[in-house]
Design a protein around this ligand. Structure first.
Ligand code: KG4
Ligand code: ZN
Length: 342
């Protein structure tokens, strides 16, 4: 059994996994706290992780019906993320592991998003093509085995979730923006505003969302007073459709360029109903299996970190005492768990 911790952004998460089985998956979201600022304030996130991490770990153990003595190894996200937020998880995990002389496993957050697809029920077996779309990242990757992923396309500017969060703020829909845009879009016409879908002709497998955001800024600026409110549902639906259209276009291009049997979606934006529906239709058309993880495994959680950790080599005490956190992505390259140094 693995106890996993995840504190890379604004969710304080702990989980217990036993093979592909999730025994508990506790997420204490700080979203309401950051909503007043319209986005995550890193220093505020770190302070709240400090307050929440011990109760969240206790709740995860209690939810799994076990104690620390039953845990074989502890896993923690060491990169990438907000450095102060990561440090809380890394130091808590090191302390828990050192005090009980248990092994520690360093996990790459993005590897965790892919590894969510390897959890039950009905776990996916690599190789597969993975699309991660979250608040901090948007990338396509080849996942040839459970311990490794290779990036084949990434955003050149904003992440898809960031584009949704910024649009929601502009439309007065609050934070986090993705779910708010989805709710508002339900009553709108996705074809009402012809927002640009970037990089459709070129750009290989890379993404770009900054032009779309600018297009929304100009559209809102040019609407008459009161019209933004009256047409908010149409704006949300059209904007959401443009974000999803680009994700789907690149997924399709990657499918056409390779010989894939399966696709997995991950990251917070993968919770989006419109994206899930369009990915379903695309994979059906291309006759590939689509693995859609449950909504609580799309957004940040520690079960996915525990899942990735299953395939990495634990480091015994005291080998991890000098481990650190790193803000940048560094995919696992081998089955040896890398220490989280920058
Ligand atoms: O994976 P995640 O929880 O954290 C990061 O690693 O960034 O993703 C958070 C992002 C936010 O931008 C949020 O607005 C977006 O995922 N999101 C959604 C939905 N739920 C969360 N975007 C679209 N539709 C949703 N239902
Ligand atoms: Zn994430």
């Amino acid at each position: 059994m693995i106890l996993a911790l995840e504190t890379s952004c604004d969710d304080t998460c702990a989980a217990v996994v036993d093979g592909p089985r999730v025994l508990s998956n506790v997420v204490s979201s700080q979203a309401a706290l950051h909503a007043q600022f319209g986005g995550v304030v890193p220093e505020v996130a770190s302070r709240h992780h400090l307050e929440l991490v011990n109760p969240v770990v206790d709740a995860a153990l209690q939810g799994a019906g076990c104690g620390l003595q039953d845990i074989d190894a502890i896993a923690v996200t060491t990169h990438p993320g907000l450095i102060g937020a990561l440090l809380v998880g890394v130091n808590s995990a090191k302390s828990l592991a050192a005090a009980t002389r248990k092994p520690l496993i360093a996990v790459d957050h993005l590897h965790g998003h892919f590894a969510a697809a390897l959890l039950g029920p009905d776990p996916l077996e690599p190789p597969f093509l993975g699309l991660i779309a979250s608040g901090g990242h948007t990338l396509l990757a080849s996942v040839p085995d459970p311990a490794y992923y290779e990036v084949i396309g990434r955003t050149l500017d904003d992440a898809a979730g960031e584009a949704l969060d910024k649009a929601a703020r502009l439309l007065g829909l609050g934070y986090p923006g993705g779910p708010a845009i989805q709710r508002e879009a339900e009553g709108g016409d996705p074809e009402a505003f012809p927002f640009p879908v970037a990089m459709i002709q070129g750009g290989g497998l890379d993404f770009s969302f900054s032009g779309l955001k600018t297009a929304l800024v100009y559209t809102v600026r040019d609407l008459a007073a009161g019209e933004v409110e009256a047409r908010r549902a149409d704006l949300a639906a059209s904007y959401q459709a443009a974000v999803v259209a680009q994700l789907i276009a690149k997924l399709d291009r990657a499918l056409k360029g390779g010989s894939w049997d399966a696709v997995a979606l991950g990251g917070g934006v993968a919770a989006n109903a419109h994206l899930r529906a369009r990915a379903g239709a695309l994979c059906e058309r291309r006759s590939v299996r689509l693995k859609l993880v449950s909504l609580d495994l799309c957004t940040d959680n520690a079960a996915m970190i525990g899942s990735a950790a299953r395939y990495l080599t634990p480091v015994d005490y005291p080998g991890y005492l000098d481990w650190d956190a790193a803000a940048t992505a560094r995919p696992p390259r081998s089955k040896v768990s890398p220490p989280g140094r920058a």
